[in-house]
Design a protein around this ligand. Structure first.
Ligand code: NAD
Length: 497
């Protein structure tokens, strides 16, 4: 059994740890070996309705929105401290649940701590504005207020990180919330909630529901009691949520998928470019929304580039995330691996050339886990589904370009627009290309990095709104204009006769 941080009961509603009313449970499986690592409570719709009501009461009558910002900041900093104290346990939980390597989990936990500290700092700076109306009797102010009750829904690939990008700014803004992690990887969010409880955050401010989206999704997204839905996950789920939200004109923030181009110009430093493409495509076995799984490489270097990339990909050490020798772990589940395998079959059927991978590893120690080899398809064309769709696995497609205009055209030929990379030794060319690419994050001579202080989000089908940075706080705030006349007098618009 896993750490006591995740032990049942696993629903946290109105400051109490409770079992699901229907008595449902769910087994959580370690993708590295198929073993059950925890059995947790599985909520029904009724639990979600209760959780929303608790958040509603905490917002409307519980006094949380009126809490001085310094007090909210103290909670955020306390949570950050507690996360630091439980860093080892949290990293272990994340690795066992998601399959990612322990090294990656530690990076995630440190980033989670940073995001709580970042929003603690940002919250006290304030964003209120005084407007000069030209009339000294008028005080015109634009103030920020919490948006209200938030439904926070997260995916399975970066469970704690994605949820923290929502909880930290929502708390900083003075919102109350119901958090729903993915049913596939819920454990680290349960652990986080224990720490939020330990930090003394008042009852009802943060509530936690465990279940599938199909069971509780509509209770969180198709209701007038929720003021903002912040969702990270797949585009198809995003569409459903946006439709539900439209019924009540509920605000939505959507962080959806990506199919992210990585453009390598002929003048780019060869070895560091190969290394960046390899990491961008195969880190966490490609289960990254911003994975650079679409290589667009200049034709003059393409053959050498693909040869070296293939050599490096074949050397990637796959294994359990808990094993320090592993460089990447399994896919999150057998079900997800089947989806990735279907994309490999599709790529072959579409006429792409399978250069390496495309199958499960032979190693007998890995047979019980949902592992898949790093896979490269050459001779790809822009119309192929394998080039256009998010496979969310370790599949890299290769396209060649002849000039910069073609590289940009290919890089922008996507319904998504989450992230892109450019590598060139020419700063002016780099600047031209990054400005021309229609993606929410563009890396020049780097790939995959982010900071809590810079906005994250997508153009096109990659979503609506931004997380992180000042915009990530603004998502959880309403703007109010207060016009104060300090010397009221008869206006005289209508004659008094
Ligand atoms: P998913 O859409 O299947 O599920 C995401 C969450 O939505 C889960 O908690 C799930 O239970 C819930 N859900 C499912 N149906 C729902 C419904 N009808 N109503 C309400 N909630 C519902 O996504 P996933 O497979 O967990 O995650 C992978 C996807 O997430 C990929 O597309 C990836 O690109 C994306 N992602 C995006 C970002 C980003 O920052 N843009 C970050 C991480 C992951």
């Amino acid at each position: 059994m896993l750490d006591e941080l995740c032990s049942p009961p696993n629903l946290y509603i109105d400051g109490k740890w409770v079992h699901a009313v229907g008595g449902g449970t769910r087994d959580i499986v370690n993708p590295a070996d198929g073993t059950v690592i925890a059995t947790i409570d599985e909520a029904d719709r009724a639990d979600a309705v209760t959780a929303v009501a608790a958040a509603r009461a905490a917002f409307d009558t519980g006094g949380w929105p009126q809490t001085p910002v310094t007090e909210r900041v103290a909670y955020l900093l306390r949570i950050a401290d507690l996360l630091g104290e439980e860093r080892d346990a949290l990293a272990r939980i994340e690795t066992l649940d998601t399959g990612k390597t322990l090294r990656e989990s530690y990076i995630d936990i440190d980033d989670v701590i940073s995001v709580f500290r970042y929003y603690a700092n940002l919250a006290v700076t304030g964003a209120d504005r005084l407007i000069d109306t030209g009339n000294p009797a008028i005080i015109s102010r634009v103030v920020r207020e919490p948006v209200g009750v938030c439904a926070l829904i997260a995916p399975w690939n970066y469970p704690l990180l994605q949820m923290s990008w929502k909880i930290a700014p929502a708390l900083a803004a003075g919102c109350t919330m119901v958090a729903k992690p993915s049913e596939v990887t819920p454990l680290s969010t349960i652990a986080l909630m224990r720490l939020i409880d330990r930090a003394g955050v008042p009852p009802g401010v943060v509530n936690l529901i465990q279940s599938s989206g199909g069971t509780v999704g509509s209770a969180l997204t198709d209701t007038p009691d929720v003021d903002l839905i912040s969702f990270t996950g797949g585009a198809a789920t995003g569409e459903t949520i946006a439709r539900n939200a439209a019924t009540h004109i509920t605000k939505v923030a959507l962080e959806l998928g990506g199919k992210n181009p990585h453009i390598i110009c002929a003048d780019a430093d060869f070895d560091s470019a190969v290394d960046a493409v390899l990491t961008g495509a195969f880190l966490h076995s490609g289960q990254v929304c911003s994975a650079g799984t679409r290589l667009i490489v200049h034709e003059s270097i393409a053959d050498d580039f693909v040869t070296e990339l293939t050599r490096r990909a074949r050397n990637i050490r796959i294994g359990p995330g808990m094993d320090e020798a592993s460089e990447t772990g399994p896919l999150v589940s057998g079900q997800h691996r089947a989806k990735v395998e279907a994309y490999v079959a599709l790529g072959i059927a579409e006429g792409a050339t399978l250069i390496t991978g495309g199958s499960r590893p032979d190693d007998k120690h890995l047979q019980a886990g949902s592992y898949f080899l790093p896979t490269i398809f050459d001779d790809c064309r822009r119309w192929m589904r394998i080039v256009q769709e998010e496979t969310f696995g370790p599949i890299l497609t290769v396209e060649r370009f002849t000039d910069d205009a073609e590289a940009i055209a290919l890089g922008n030929d996507t319904a998504y627009g989450l992230a892109a990379g450019v590598r060139t030794a020419d700063p002016a060319r780099g600047e031209r290309m990054v400005r021309a690419l229609r993606h929410g994050t563009v890396w020049l001579n780097d790939f995959g990095y982010y900071t809590p202080a810079a906005e994250w989000g997508g153009f096109g089908r990659s979503g609506i709104g931004r997380e992180l940075g000042p915009s990530g706080l603004a998502e959880y705030q309403e703007t109010k204009h207060i016009w104060h006349n300090t010397a009221p007098a008869v206006g005289g618009w209508f004659a008094d006769n």
